[in-house]
Design a protein around this ligand. Structure first.
Ligand SMILES: Nc1ncnc2c1ncn2[C@@H]1O[C@H](COP(=O)(O)OP(=O)(O)OP(=O)(O)O)[C@@H](O)[C@H]1O
Length: 250
């Protein structure tokens, strides 16, 4: 579980995050949504420790990240997996070498233990037959799968995904959403996804936090988001054709 409490962040006097609190439970797909420029990325970077908050706390299973010493921060970081927009694979490494990369850098496992771990996660994401391919030889959806395997290969406890569906066709996007949802439940991960994609929100949004101008203005889940009251959220939702169709509007 990750708890964020009263997070504040400003850049050069401009407030970007105002008093944001939320609880991201284990085994759930937690989503942060909102229009461009509302502070989603800054919040994500603050949670993973790339930015320090001006005020507030980020607790990883009761461990206060920003007030921990370097050793504890390193430990927490080793439990975090990140799936980046565009997958961010190393072009010159094979699929298997990409997945192995975090183990080479952060673990003292033997080579055969690494082989077993890489094979296990490649199989889990359905890429056991693509181990020796280069990223340029596989599809965008497969590249995302490699990114997912790499993000969890350290047996991560926390998984952060930044726009995991960007650039994918709807069917592949759906499969990637399902995969993220399944592994979240299977490995009891605390998963936090930043997304604009209403299809994803309606499919896997078990906790949804809506941000507007640096504020959290609503929280709920996919079952009650269409009845949400805040006008900013209504505007965000009804800009989407899928949602208008759900609600019987043109
Ligand atoms: N390093 C920085 N220095 C100064 N201002 C920043 C910095 N990073 C972000 N900002 C500002 O913070 C605000 C929120 O940006 P952020 O990238 O978090 O929005 P976002 O909701 O993630 O948008 P998008 O969906 O387009 O990625 C913006 O006004 C942005 O200009």
């Amino acid at each position: 579980m990750i708890e964020i409490k009263n997070i504040q962040k400003s850049f050069e006097g401009k407030t970007v995050l105002s008093d944001i609190s939320a609880t991201f439970e284990k085994g759930r797909t937690n989503m942060i949504i909102g229009a461009s420029g509302t502070g989603k990325s800054v919040l994500l970077k603050t949670i993973v420790g790339l930015f320090s908050p001006d005020d507030g706390e980020v607790l990883y299973d009761q461990r206060d990240f920003h007030r921990s010493d370097r050793k504890e921060q390193k430990k927490i970081r080793s439990e975090i997996g990140m799936l980046f927009q565009g997958s961010a694979l190393f072009d010159s490494l094979t699929v298997a070498e990409n997945v192995r990369f975090p183990l080479n850098v952060h673990s003292d496992m033997s080579e055969s233990e690494k082989d077993d771990r890489v094979n296990f996660y490649l199989k889990r994401v359905g890429l056991e037959n693509a181990a020796h391919k280069m990223p340029s030889e596989i599809s965008g959806g497969m590249q995302k799968r490699v990114g997912i395997a790499r993000a969890i290969v350290m047996n991560s406890q926390y998984l952060f995904c930044d726009e995991p569906n960007s650039g994918l066709d709807p069917q592949t996007a759906w499969m990637i959403d399902q995969l993220i949802h399944e592994i979240t439940q299977e490995y009891n991960l605390t998963t936090v996804i930043v997304s604009h994609d209403m299809n994803s929100v309606m499919e896997i949004g078990e906790y949804i936090m809506f941000m507007y101008k640096g504020l959290k203005v609503w929280e709920g889940d996919k079952t009650n988001i269409l009845d949400a009251e805040p006008q900013a959220l209504k505007d965000f939702l009804f800009a989407n054709k899928l949602v208008r169709t759900f609600k019987g509007m043109k």
